[in-house]
Design a protein around this ligand. Sequence first.
Ligand code: GDP
Ligand code: IMO
Ligand code: MG
Length: 424
Amino acid sequence: MKVDVLLGLQWGDEGKGKIVDVLTPNYSIIARFQGGPNAGHTLEFEGIKHVLHTIPSGIFRKDVLNIIGNGVVIDPVIFQKEIEKLAPFNMDIKKNLLISKKAHLILPTHRLLDQASEAAKGINKIGSTLKGIGPTYMDKTGRNGLRVGDILSPKFKEKYDALVEKHVGILKHHEGFEYNLTELEAPFFEGIELLRSFTCIDSEQFLNKELKAGKRILAEGAQGTMLDIDFGTYPFVTSSNTVTAGTCTGLGVAPTTIGSVIGIFKAYCTRVGSGPFPTELMDEDGEKIRKEGNEFGSTTGRPRRCGWIDLPALKYAIMINGVTELSMMKADVLSIFDTIKVCTHYKINGEIVDYLPFDIDGVEITPIYKELRGWNCDLTDLHNYASSSQALKDYVTYLEKELEVPITVVSVGPDRKQTLQNIK
Ligand code: GDP
Ligand code: IMO
Ligand code: MG
């Protein structure tokens, strides 16, 4: 069997949580492969909205295993809060959630370092979620990090103290940066206790055995391709590989095991945090999208920047990921427009290009738009794509032709049921 992958093609928040939840009944295992609690994945069903940060989005379906892979970074404090939020729903989480011993731990001092580093950057700040993601991955690649497997060792506290001492040394260089570590440590060690009560495994061994046994696995991405550490709009990116290749390193599965790659995008585009965004709308239309799409961060509550869909960026993301099928999200949000714009090219220094240049930060980019007819009708009760408006079908057909990949899912609302599947 193969590992299918679902990942974001834009700047995150495309609706990954919703679609993973919708697809979960087709799989035995859902596995997160990178990122950490910077992610906020929203699922809605039976009138309840859930936001997951570390736990994979298959957790609400019975008899499906959820794995937090080695490529993920875990904050025990946030993990504990997530588990507590799920308590009223009577799920057997300890049975259905397994954690890689190789996943790295976010320490309270990682969060402090994130804050101090962003403050020091001033107007050049990344706009990080301040969850300690960057410093934790830096310790991982710097070979200083602590892993989930370490919490099972009697030497854990000793290792923790040694790393904290290093961090405190660095924090001393941030003049005027004040903190109270003792206050932050109590919930951290509570979270560590909770983590110890979960089954921590060699997830790469487990996943490969399950694959051999014919089990279907869906890998759930976090963030989006334009936030990838190598291929995103560097330095305004996150600190992990959010692309398909990240599945292999973040779960320990070989490239030859990858099956379908489902790329997910909004019918328009959003970004939260700093950094270039060529199709960003600073006008009334941007405001309308934000309002209609409820575009406020699931993790930080920050207003998301909104704009029209960006085909050069999407084509780039499809290329890097080897996308085999597409899910188009939030089609209902564009119902408010008579005309919808699609960016087909960029104009840079008088030249018209259809690719992303090396550095788009600080470069004046004028998007070239094609206008398409809007559908101007409520889609939120639509259950059958065939009976939808011709304008929506024309939009989908146009994008498929440009992107050269079939769109198989169109999402028309936040609820699980507001999903048009297998439209092709
Ligand atoms: P993720 O990080 O990719 O999982 O996405 P988020 O959960 O951060 O953001 C997506 C937001 O859009 C959430 O509030 C979802 O409930 C909502 N959403 C998902 N699909 C649709 C859709 O088709 N229409 C509308 N209106 N909202 C959607
Ligand atoms: P999901 O999985 C949207 C953005 C932050 C910031 C940059 C770096 O919900 O799609 P970090 O905290 O990683 O240091 O932040 O990346 N960012 C996200 N934006 N969705 C996310 O996750 C994001 N995770 C990080 O806003 O610009
Ligand atoms: Mg999100």
